[in-house]
Design a protein around this ligand. Structure first.
Ligand SMILES: Nc1ncnc2c1ncn2[C@@H]1O[C@H](COP(=O)(O)OP(=O)(O)OP(=O)(O)O)[C@@H](O)[C@H]1O
Ligand SMILES: [Mg+2]
Length: 291
């Protein structure tokens, strides 16, 4: 635990002023039609980059280069762990959950920006999953909040996973919506059928990273079910906002065997001043890999 505490101290030491986010106007969402019972989705959804920017989920044009550089640093160890490049491949390391202790720390922002950065890799593709089944904002933004998605596929074994995955007009990027809301979402995500779906997600394409946007750890049980299936967890910590004990409390809920990385979000400090730290395995004690 001392490793994590040190990490948080260093994260706190590097905190700075944060650019403010904006509220999503519903007008930006485009709805997809509900699908038929096809086994493979051929629909291509357009990703409206200007729309994402206008709702604060992409950086403004003048900050694009800087953010792109920061996401390059963040994605590299995740990709290396997932694909076993220069390091031992992590079990299910291609399944990456973007988590946070409390709402509004930047999970959805990070999920989108990381996905767009990873898809630029020559030989890696990315599937962005709306795993925030409590508040599926990503699905709404994509105009896919009323179509088949993760929960539907887990609930109904007759539905194929492929039929729910939407291709996007951005090469290398696909999207799996959250699906229709279900009162038993936690139980569905913790079910044996979820394990099947997760195995398929992991094995369908060995060169694909699957990023799960998620709900806040300290407020939802649904997010805990996702931590069990992810091979890597990227904890987003909002600079100047989230107290250390809150981050620690959230990290305490994660299985000891999980690979946990921390991202300090919305900090005005330069990344090389301590923006991003990762810890390969908390079981291994005090082996700390900074960047
Ligand atoms: N690095 C960043 N730079 C600028 N704005 C950001 C950044 N990260 C997040 N934001 C802004 O902060 C707000 C909250 O971010 P986001 O929706 O990603 O949080 P979240 O963790 O997904 O919240 P929730 O738990 O409610 O789903 C958004 O309005 C977003 O525009
Ligand atoms: Mg979110």
């Amino acid at each position: 635990m001392s490793v994590i505490e040190n990490a948080i101290k260093r994260l706190q030491a590097s905190q700075g002023a944060a650019p403010k986010g904006r509220v999503l106007p519903p007008a930006t969402a485009r709805r997809l039609e509900s699908t038929g019972n096809t086994t493979t989705s051929t629909r291509i959804i357009p990703i409206d980059l200007d729309g994402l920017r206008s709702v604060g989920l992409l950086p403004p044009a003048h900050q694009e280069r800087e953010l792109a550089q920061q996401y390059r640093q963040i994605k590299r160890p995740l990709i290396n762990n997932a694909l076993g490049r220069g390091v031992e491949r992590l079990p299910e390391g291609n399944l990456v959950m973007i988590a946070s202790a409390v709402p509004g720390e930047g999970k959805t922002f990070t999920s989108i920006n990381l996905a767009l950065s990873i898809r630029l890799e020559e030989d890696v593709t990315v599937l962005l999953v709306d795993g925030d089944v409590v508040n599926p904002r990503l699905s709404q933004i994509m105009g896919a909040d009323d179509v088949r998605g993760l929960l539907d596929v887990v609930k109904d074994p007759s539905l194929s996973l492929s039929s729910a995955i939407l291709q996007t007009d951005i090469p290398g990027l696909s999207f799996l919506p959250a699906g229709h809301q279900d009162a038993n979402a936690t139980e569905l995500l913790a079910s044996a059928r979820m394990q099947d779906v997760i195995s398929q997600l992991s094995q369908q394409d060995p060169s694909r990273l699957v990023l799960f946007d998620s709900a806040p750890l300290l407020l939802t049980t649904e997010s805990h079910a996702l931590t069990e299936v992810a091979g890597q967890i990227l904890m987003v910590v909002r600079a100047d906002q989230t107290p250390q004990h809150v981050v620690l409390e959230a990290i305490e809920t994660l299985s000891e065997s999980k690979s946990v990385s921390l991202v300090l979000n919305q900090s005005m400090k330069q990344p090389h001043a301590g923006y991003y730290y990762r810890y390969a395995n908390r079981k291994s004690g005090d082996k700390e890999n900074g960047s």
